[in-house]
Write a protein that binds this ligand. Sequence first.
Ligand code: AN0
Ligand code: CP
Length: 329
Amino acid sequence: MRSFFHVSDIGDLNAALAEAREVKRTPYQWHHLGEHRTIMLVFFNSSLRTRLSSQKAALNLGMSPIVLNIGQDSWKLETELGVVMDGDKSEHLREAIPVMASYCDIIGVRSFAGLTDREFDYSETILRQFVEYAGKPVISLESATVHPCQAFADLITIDEYWRADQAQGLNIGRRPKVVLTWAPHPRALPQAVPNSFAEWMNAADVDLVITHPEGYELDPLFVGKAQVEYDQMKALQDADFVYAKNWSCPGVTCPQDYGKILSKDTSWTIDDWHMAVTNNARFMHCLPVRRNMIVSDSVIDSPRSIVIPEAANRVVSAQVVMKRMLESL
Ligand code: AN0
Ligand code: CP
């Protein structure tokens, strides 16, 4: 595997899920694969889960992780080509990437959307430079438009809970109804998490419904065949999994508002009243989550909340991806 950005990079999803179950059962059985191998994890933005789960996954595979926080531990990097570098950026990605790549076998990159220039973000300008200048396999650790390690972990989690239900004789012979719902947040957030979640759920054996206020339409490339329902309560009806997330305006129906907050409507906050119309749904969120903005304390603290096992599965998704990359080096 040369890159991990989209669901298509992982190939057959059932095979990937079976591999994830095996990795989870016996995480250390491939410890030899990473011997004398190094992964570089480059962060342009903050992280808790991605940083730690990626390091843990690498360690499980016997691989050495090196972490670099751009602008804190390193020089500030220029990302745009053709500019006169007379500002606060001391080094260009054009040199920094091949230098970093010369110290490792795999590179992971976190570079959030800037949310000011849709064209710059949606052409994945930074990630593409890593692919071009590194000459090593590249993993998106949430880039401008995608967060595949999260979406794969989300799918692993849904598969795990649905299988557990079926082992108890529940929900036999049907697909889960998964609802991706927008929820309010005080700051403008990227679309990478909902984009990837939609992309992966479309490829999986689930029925996906997406709900959000008008203006928050995700890029059709990611929405695919999913049903879009503007009435949140209607969308949540009989849901088996509720996946809440905030995102800023994707600029699909209103390009001038790209990256802006269009609504802070707290009637979209997931609380007991919303969960009551579901099929006793499990609650999911990628974390970090703002309590009582995205979700009420009562829902996230309830036994139907699976946000912690979901975060734990970030090690599993990262390990499957790194294992595949090591196998193809
Ligand atoms: C980021 C986002 O919404 O993309 C990271 C989520 C994994 N969240 C925040 O910046 C709060
Ligand atoms: N879910 C997720 O990617 O969390 P971090 O931003 O803490 O890495």
